[in-house]
Design a protein around this ligand. Structure first.
Ligand SMILES: N[C@@H](CCC(=O)N[C@@H](CS)C(=O)NCC(=O)O)C(=O)O
Length: 216
């Protein structure tokens, strides 16, 4: 399969999620970079592709545009089931989606660039306050996430058993983002262990921010 176009940005954790999934599924794609700090995602040329002006956006072979990283992951899972990002049983699937959503719904949206920019421009937050905000919202979810992963026998080498999946994708991308704001990972040994296990795998390594063509 070819002809996929991924609009993304090397540092974007939501883009990183999609890059990992595409790599796991073995799907090649054209990489189109939009520099978020320079407002590349707000240019008319990109808004004509994704009116929401956020990355990632995956344009399919027939021109269909898919935005929202979790919807893209679900689409890739349905169209290319192997290797699976979700377990087969409903409870397992719900658990993996639950762990994924803790990151995708409860951390990322409040720490997104436009939120941090609004804190600066509307409320005069400085770099220290921005970093404290970012860390606060990570810790609010990483503390229970650590508990849930550490105390559940369904957790294995990865978030759910011994094969990597959707929750691992979200976890790794979030941990990469955390490093930019010096989040202390010592209270999260299970999250750290799972992240390290993922980073042994080519799909996670190749999708990493520093490996991308627009990396700085
Ligand atoms: N819920 C969306 C969020 C997409 C999103 O906000 N992406 C970030 C980069 S990680 C972005 O484009 N930020 C631009 C901005 O905040 O101005 C998803 O999962 O794809």
């Amino acid at each position: 399969m070819s002809g996929l176009v991924l609009h993304n940005y090397f540092r974007s954790s939501t883009s990183y999620r999609v890059r990992i999934a595409l790599a796991m599924k073995g799907l090649p794609y054209e990489y189109v970079a939009h520099h978020l700090r320079h407002g590349g995602h707000r240019k008319a040329s990109y808004l004509s592709i994704n009116p929401q002006g956020l990355v990632p956006a995956l344009v399919l072979e027939d021109g269909t545009m898919l935005a929202q990283s979790m919807a893209i992951l679900e689409y890739l899972e349905e169209t290319h089931p192997k290797p699976p990002l979700l377990p087969t049983d409903p409870k397992g699937r719900a658990r993996v989606r639950m762990l994924s959503d803790m990151i995708a719904c409860d951390i990322h949206p409040v720490n997104n660039l436009r939120v941090l920019n609004a804190l600066r421009s509307r409320y005069g937050a400085d770099d220290t306050e921005i970093a404290n905000w970012f860390r606060h919202w990570v810790n609010e979810t990483f503390a229970p996430l650590e508990q849930m992963l550490a105390h559940d026998r369904q957790t294995g080498t990865f978030c759910h058993g011994h094969t990597p999946g959707m929750a691992d994708i979200c976890l790794v991308a979030q941990v990469a983002n955390n490093a930019r704001f010096n989040v202390d990972m010592t209270p999260y040994p299970t999250i750290g262990r799972i992240r390290d296990a993922c980073m042994e795998l080519p799909a996670f390594i190749d999708a990493a921010p520093q490996k991308q063509p627009d990396a700085e």
